[in-house]
Design a protein around this ligand. Structure first.
Ligand code: MLT
Length: 232
């Protein structure tokens, strides 16, 4: 199995034969961690949308709508992008609409893949089990921040790749593996100087970061099916 890592959306065009590959979309802080949590808390689906206006249209139709820009909740939306806002009593059996600065765009970009899988540390082993089961070449697609590489998504790519002993890795993946090995004892500490840690900390949501660094606390995985993210 070949594993390639796309460290920024600007490199996405380099993926060849995407329809034959599984793309794991990675936005650890916080979109893909939040989506994983929403599904775990009982939502029937998460509808990822790129544009704020499309989310507003859903809101008018009565959907529960969440989203952020620059890390802050969008005015008039029901929730932001904090996983703690999507409690079971709020999301159970509902379809939740979500738009975020980077993560939901990357999900949409990947929609021609053989399958899109939502990656997070919260369900790391489950993501690995699922892509093993699919037995296809893998793209680890890091959302980054506004086309820039970021540390937390790269560390997750390394964590996934570390679980394969016989895989064939590109150089980006090898970089991520080394970074993860150096940081895995304390992810929260390893991220402390990173840009999005600082951005979120300045908004007082350090508890979100600590939660998104937890490993294997959720035993399910989200996949994209007909434009909606549902449990695999
Ligand atoms: C994103 O999609 O850019 C992020 O999830 C931003 C955030 O932390 O809310």
């Amino acid at each position: 199995m070949r594993i390639e890592t796309i460290l920024s959306p600007t490199l996405f065009h380099q993926i060849e034969n995407i329809d034959r590959k599984v793309v794991v979309v990675i936005d650890i802080l916080r979109a893909t961690s939040t989506i994983t949590t929403i599904l775990h808390n009982g939502a029937s689906a998460v509808i990822p949308v790129k544009e704020e206006q499309i989310a507003r249209d859903y809101k008018e139709k009565g959907y529960l709508v969440g989203g952020e820009r620059e890390g802050a909740t969008i005015e008039g939306f029901d929730c932001g992008n904090s996983p703690f806002q999507y409690k079971p009593d709020i999301v159970a059996n509902k379809e939740i609409v979500l738009t975020t600065t980077n993560g939901t765009k990357c999900i949409e970009m990947s929609s021609n893949a053989h399958q899109v899988v939502i990656g997070s540390f919260l369900n790391l082993d489950k993501v690995v089990d699922h892509i093993n089961y699919l037995n296809k070449d893998i793209v680890l697609f890091c959302a980054g921040w506004k086309n820039k590489v970021n540390l937390e998504d790269s560390l997750f790519a390394g964590a996934v790749a570390c679980s394969y002993t016989g895989g064939e890795f590109d150089d980006s993946t090898l970089l991520c593996i080394d970074a993860y090995r150096a940081s895995k004892k304390n992810l929260f500490k390893a991220l402390q100087n990173s840009s999005h840690f600082q951005r979120l900390a300045s908004k007082g949501v350090t508890q979100d970061i600590a939660y998104c660094c937890e490993r294997n606390v959720i035993n399910s995985v989200g996949i994209l099916k007909d434009g909606k993210i549902v449990l695999a």
